[in-house]
Design a protein around this ligand. Structure first.
Ligand SMILES: Cc1ncc(COP(=O)(O)O)c(C=O)c1O
Length: 406
């Protein structure tokens, strides 16, 4: 029978989800999933943070709670707490009320809402993202109405570090008002961040060229275990007087992946524009999903506003970040002990959940096919995907791959 859908083209699969499906279907007993973008314990299990469980029990038994709609821009207790966690309680932008938050559907939703606003209200057309970047930036900004996505140089394969000269040159050649997506910490996928000195250079170019910073903060506290350290770049840009957006995700640092808890922090340099800007965000969200969900935002706002729960949560982020750091050390040691070809110092100098191993596409595919170690074609691995007991197997597999596949 004729169908109006027969001309719909089959889209390409999304690599990380396809990889997880292949992993689940693999019957090999020693299979390891280093492709997934979520934290795992040393037993290889997802971790619901104990403080999250505790707050969920409190919420479940609280008879005063109801199921009424939230305001269009979200739960204020949440957006205020999230914004001050990002900018610091004493941030002049907050005290002067030039900064505010919009509750969004996790980090992705915050990027989308912010990008739609820029495209529709400011007429933004060109966005820049790092080469490489989180694979979804391009799709989110394109679908939000931007006309052109360009990449700025970021990763230098030779040094396995940041190509700061390439980055600065590309930004200095960007047209005025271009939107620049910057990962605030724990760059995904490379695990390689600019130093404070390099951030200053980036800010100098962006100020001179009048570029708009759209910061992406998906790992605050999760990267180093320290909330202040992981938000340094955002606070620095605000202190320099930039107007900016910052998408915050609570997926990783609270382990609330499927609750979709996010905040878009908006920093303006003039309070008088705040009402109009908020009114346009309100129309935008109203026409997209009307208003956000309550559950995850309640958990985060409770934890951030209660000193005891807050301390408990901070110990959880230290647990997660230190497990990742110890896996980095152990993998590097095993690779070096086995005389694996190449230099492995980048494994411990990178930060956050992901490491860019330096394995090329054929080598990464070989790791999956021969060793049942699932990783992205780019060579990205999730350090928390490995258990201590997996390290030797993974190191041997990398050595075999590098020796036999070029
Ligand atoms: C750099 C970056 N931005 C944004 C996100 C958004 O994630 P979510 O929408 O789950 O908060 C991620 C998640 O992996 C990420 O790595």
């Amino acid at each position: 029978m004729m169908s109006r859908f027969s001309d719909v083209a089959l889209g390409p699969p999304i690599e990380v989800f396809a990889l997880t499906k292949a992993f689940v279907e693999d019957t090999f007993p020693q299979k390891i999933n280093l492709g997934v973008g979520a934290y795992r314990t040393d037993e290889g299990k997802p971790w619901v943070l104990p403080v999250v469980r505790e707050v969920e029990k409190l919420l479940a038994t609280d008879e005063t709670r109801n199921k009424e709609y939230l305001p269009i821009l979200g739960l204020e207790a949440f957006t205020n707490a999230a914004t001050s966690m990002l900018l610091g309680h004493n941030s002049p932008a907050l005290l002067e009320k030039r900064a505010f938050g919009i509750q969004c559907l996790s980090g992705t939703g915050a990027l989308r809402v912010g990008a739609e606003f820029l495209a529709s209200q400011l007429g933004s057309k060109i966005f820049y993202f790092s080469a490489p970047s989180w694979e979804n930036h391009n799709l989110v900004f394109t679908n939000a109405g931007f006309k052109e996505g360009r990449q700025y140089r970021y990763w230098c394969a030779k040094t396995r570090g940041l190509d700061i000269d390439g980055l600065l040159q590309d930004l200095s050649e960007a047209p005025e008002n271009s939107v620049i997506i910057l990962h605030t910490c724990a760059h995904n996928p490379t695990g390689c961040d600019p130093t404070q000195e390099q951030w200053k250079q980036i800010a100098d170019v962006m100020e001179k060229k009048r570029l708009f910073p759209f910061l992406d903060c998906a790992y605050q506290g999760f990267a180093s275990g320290d909330l202040e350290k992981d938000s340094w770049a955002v606070r620095y840009f605000v202190s320099r007087g930039f107007e900016l957006f910052c998408a915050q995700s609570f997926a990783k640092n609270f382990g609330l992946y499927n609750e979709r808890v996010g905040n878009l922090t908006v920093v303006l340099n003039n309070l008088s524009n705040q009402q109009a800007v908020k009114s346009q965000f309100t129309l935008l969200v109203r026409g997209m999903y009307s208003n956000p969900p309550l559950h995850g935002a309640s958990i985060v706002s409770r934890v951030l506003s209660d000193p005891k729960l807050f301390e408990q949560w901070k110990s959880h982020i230290r647990t997660m970040s230190s497990r990742i750091i110890s896996m980095r050390k152990a993998l590097r040691e095993a690779l070096e002990k086995n005389n694996t070809p190449g230099n492995w110092s980048h494994i411990t100098s990178q930060i956050g959940m992901f490491s860019y191993t330096g394995l090329n596409e054929q080598q990464s595919v070989h790791m999956v096919k021969k060793h049942h170690i699932y990783m992205l074609k780019s060579g990205r691995i999730n350090m928390s995907g490995m258990k201590s007991t997996d390290i030797e197997y993974i190191a041997q597999a990398i050595k075999e791959t590098l020796t036999n596949v070029h």
